[in-house]
Design a protein around this ligand. Sequence first.
Ligand code: 5GP
Length: 237
Amino acid sequence: MQITKELYSGKAKSVYETDDADRLVLHFRDDTSAFDGEKKSSLARKGEVNNKFNAFIMTKLEEAGIPTHFEKVLSDDQAVVKHLEMIPVECVVRNIAAGSICRRLGVKEGLDLDQPTFEFFLKNDELHDPMINDYHIRSFGWASEQEVAAMKALTFKVNTVLKKLFLDAGILLVDYKLEFGRFHGQVVLGDEFSPDGCRLWDAETREKLDKDRFRQDLGNVIEAYEEVARRLGVDLS
Ligand code: 5GP
């Protein structure tokens, strides 16, 4: 399989087409950003850590019966994935209140939710990823009713699998964002799962071990990602 051309370059990853129309190569770069690209930096080792972290998590999810685009690691910072037609929405599940829900609803960070909650956001930096609901998705034709149902069911299934995986490693899965796409008619998990797109707190101390360390200038960003990887047993060599 040969890389043919760059398809898209995002804030942290670049995506390449290959001579196989059904396969893409993801390049996890060291670049990082927050607040819709307003705050940017480059963090040594981030691309490699996130590529290996993502491969570990996607493999666990696939083993649990969740269809993902991940196929194999290609190099330290590259992976081969299925070529999905992406659905332009972000699916967020929260177990503990943090981030935007605290600002929107005036709840205190750290509040344990009575049950996990689900939110859709439109993927659009210029509009700051506004919150949307099922009706918007249907009215604007971003996805069908069946696809909406599949995205919700799969996002909650990911919660069941990953909450336990992280808790067994002494880590609370506070919240996370997933993106889905279509592959030959099936709704499949795409994008990545890494500490860039979720909140992870130490179960004892509630120390932040995720991208909030970058957003809030807490320092030791990649050291925290590596600590999570070490506790999970991800091979970073
Ligand atoms: P919040 O709505 O609190 O900002 O984010 C909820 C969860 O989704 C957090 O774990 C956050 O990292 C993730 N998330 C939401 N939007 C994005 C995004 O555009 N990029 C990334 N990397 N993560 C996001």
